[in-house]
Unconditional design. Structure first.
Length: 92
């Protein structure tokens, strides 16, 4: 549900600028170390060039600050209390 809403917002923003193609890149690392985010330690010239002509989101909100529950929530649109994914440990 949240993914669909985000893609719809991106499509509307693209139509306002006359663009019709959308590429949606997601990094679930919770720590995007890219030049477009101000990190000088990484050399990412192609992603920086893409970001210069794109919409870059500089705030990320996750349901849980752990990789697996956050990824599961994003991909399924279900909160961790619904999906029962709370950690990276396998369920018993």
């Amino acid at each position: 549900m949240a993914t669909a809403a985000l893609l719809a917002a991106l499509a509307a923003a693209g139509c306002a600028h006359g663009a019709t193609d959308i590429i949606f890149l997601v990094a679930d690392d919770l720590r995007p170390e890219l030049g477009c985010y101000g990190c000088s330690g990484m050399r990412t010239p192609h992603l920086d060039a893409l970001a210069a002509d794109a919409v870059v989101f500089d705030r990320a909100y996750v349901s849980v600050a752990w990789c697996s529950p956050s990824r599961t929530a994003f991909l399924t649109s279900r909160k961790p209390d619904t999906s029962r994914v709370w950690s990276v440990e396998p369920a018993e």
